[in-house]
Design a protein around this ligand. Sequence first.
Ligand SMILES: [Zn+2]
Ligand SMILES: [Zn+2]
Length: 376
Amino acid sequence: MRPRVTMAAVLREFNAPLEIEQVPLPADLPPGSALVRVTRTTLCGTDAHLWQGVLPFVGLPQVLGHEMVGEVVALGQHADRDALGRPITHGTRLVWSESVCGSCYGCTVLREPVLCADRGYGFRQRADKWPFVIGGLTQYTYVPPGAHRLVVPDAMPDTWAASAGCAVKTVLRAFANAGGVRPESTVVIQGAGPLGLVGTALARATGAGRVITIGGPANRLAIAREYGADVTISIDEVSDPDERVALVEELTEARGAELVFDFAGSPSANREGVLMCGQRGKHVVVGLAGPQAMPVPMDVVMGREIQVIGSLNGDVSDLDRSLRFLTAFRDRFDWDAMFDAPVGLSGADGAIKAMAAMTAVKAVIDPALDFEEISG
Ligand SMILES: [Zn+2]
Ligand SMILES: [Zn+2]
């Protein structure tokens, strides 16, 4: 018998404690869908933003969390293979990407799943509307038919696999959209959250000559140095953006950086990022600057022939490469340094607040810590 309900941490009101309550699960599983028991969820800065209500399009109630890994407890028809053709059965451990419609312009003509007009982001799913729960702060969650899934390698810890679902795949896509790192080039990473830290590691792993990571607080910058940053610039110590630009200029013998990744999403990040670029540099925009964004100096973009490149999340290809990247560099980078000790669903509330306050780099939820598996 498969579960018909799940315990979940439900967001009913922005900035208010999450409610631990029972949420229905789909009674019938359509072809291509799956039901999984969530074994781990890692939180992302976006979860904190969603909780705070800064993204206006979010319908309540809803179950947050979009980085998770789980074991299959039930499958719809034609759901017995992953994106690489590997078999999926009861108990298979999976990660999956946001669902896509398969028929829009983004899906068919551009063939870019991240540009799907009907992408199944978790924040679009209300917990009182079918299929109720596609998020991660729950014992069980529904995997929609259009969500491409991947079997997780046995040796990979749950936390790593979960974080591939947003943080890692987003970074890998951003580097791919930038055209990769030219060996020996200077790469500036704006932000020392999970994206910035993975970005720091990837810049180092792909041959950057010099990696400069900008962010805070101090514990995150310490991890950035462990992950290969040659220089870290603390935004607490150097709070003036123009001073940070001057520092990068100094560090690059006045030439500026070849690549500047915005993983910070602060109002000043893109202006600062463009100013840090050297001639023919690239500024890759991943963060959300928000409505108060400072203007980007387009005369500098023109005068230095800078390319400004957008990058949005990641698709199943980026997710697959994320699992491979985490595995390939497991001895070089201490991935566990990013993760907090796991808490149960009842601790999800505190975990989200810790993300919002930036006291946690990556909070981790293990629903089994306070809720046993439901049988029948
Ligand atoms: Zn589509
Ligand atoms: Zn995310």
